[in-house]
Design a protein. Structure first.
Length: 238
């Protein structure tokens, strides 16, 4: 699973999608789809490095009636290190300190752990069939992590039939990345650019130990390889 992104999740039901029935035995379609996915996403984490983008994080604490939003410039180095530069924040400081800041820290720490991609070394794949998706179709897999490690999750993977790239991941983390968190579930959507699946939107529900349930929504824009930061920001303000 791509690094960053990692603490988030679900305004949707995490149960089995309604169109999915009991587990199917592996068949030719499932085997072919899995091999295509593994080939298309080989070195995916490496390809997601050396990128810059803008990010909007909106978070809320429903129990406390508090909200906040952060607009920032996010960059990933060639070595995978994630850094943020805050451009603007609006809202309650509790949300900024106890939700958004902790999310950013957890993402940074997750980025320091290589080798956590969706591969047979990390997951068991259970093929559940092929389904319509927009103008095309996707193959659906249930994923079960082989060990409880920060960065791995149990849930679902939707794979584009045409490219073999992921279009959505949904699940709950096998192990929480912080003692501050009790449960983290997420939905992560991708776009495809130059043969790479890039996360563009994440919705999360996070059960915290201090401030109760937190809802987080993250959106990425102006994603570029080797960009000039000033050009990015100029474009965003037009």
């Amino acid at each position: 699973m791509p690094v960053g992104l990692f603490l988030l999740a679900l305004f949707f039901d995490l149960s089995v999608p309604a169109t999915v029935t009991a587990a199917h035995r592996p068949d030719a379609a499932g085997t072919t789809a899995l091999q295509k996915f593994l080939s298309a996403t080989k070195d995916q984490q490496t390809k997601l490095r050396d990128l810059s983008m803008e990010v909007d994080i909106r978070a809320s604490l429903p129990r406390l009636g508090k909200k906040g939003s952060l607009h920032a410039f996010r960059s990933v180095t060639k070595l995978g290190a994630v850094t943020y530069r805050t451009l603007a924040f609006q809202g309650d400081n509790t949300v900024k300190k106890d939700v958004i800041a902790r999310y950013l820290q957890a993402e940074k720490e997750a980025g320091d752990k290589p080798g956590l991609g969706i591969t047979p070394d990390n997951y068991k794949f259970d093929y559940r069939g092929v389904y319509p998706w927009g103008s095309g179709k996707v193959h659906l897999f249930h994923l079960a992590p082989k060990r409880k490690e920060v960065g791995l999750f149990e849930g679902w993977l939707w794979v584009d039939d045409a490219t073999g790239l992921p279009v959505r991941e949904q699940g709950e983390f096998a192990r929480n990345p912080s003692v501050f968190l009790k449960r983290v579930s997420f939905v992560r959507d991708y776009i495809h650019k130059d043969g790479v699946a890039i996360p563009v939107r994440i919705e999360s529900t996070i059960d915290t130990r201090i401030v109760g349930k937190a809802e987080v929504e993250v959106e990425y824009s102006n994603i570029n390889k080797h960009p000039r930061e000033e050009n990015l920001l100029t474009t965003a303000t037009r």
